[in-house]
Design a protein. Structure first.
Length: 128
């Protein structure tokens, strides 16, 4: 992912507003890792782990991504109401590639290797 991150959100009036940032301090990576760990290590009164629901996890990620932008109008609500569902992977991509520093190219290569391995040996007489 390039350094400049853009998020285009539909506003209440139907127009789109583009939000951008090009700098993520290393402290934000540590903050995200701590938030993720805290959410996954929650326990109830008896000490049993309380795994986060997919909604809780997604909302934590949305809140975190909103905090990366300098524009205070970019909030959880703005993202939830302004980001089209076809672009919903953008939140995870910002975290994975821009904040945590993973490589999109390496991820694509690993995915292709897995698919190639699965398809290896399959022919017209085998089912997928």
């Amino acid at each position: 992912m390039e350094k400049l991150v853009k998020m285009s959100l539909r506003q209440k009036n139907g127009e789109f507003k583009e939000y951008m940032f090009d700098y993520v301090p290393l402290s934000k990576r540590h903050e995200y890792i701590k938030k993720e760990r805290d959410l996954s290590e929650r326990k109830d009164e008896q000490g049993n782990f309380l795994p986060p629901s997919s909604d809780e996890y997604e909302l934590m990620q949305i809140d975190f991504v909103a905090s990366l932008f300098n524009d205070k109008t970019l909030t959880r609500k703005a993202i939830l109401e302004g980001l089209d569902t076809t672009d919903s992977k953008l939140v995870q991509e910002i975290i994975r590639y821009r904040v945590l520093g993973f490589s999109e190219t390496e991820d694509a290569e690993r995915k292709k290797a897995v698919v190639d391995k699965i398809l290896l040996g399959q022919n017209s007489t085998t089912s997928i």
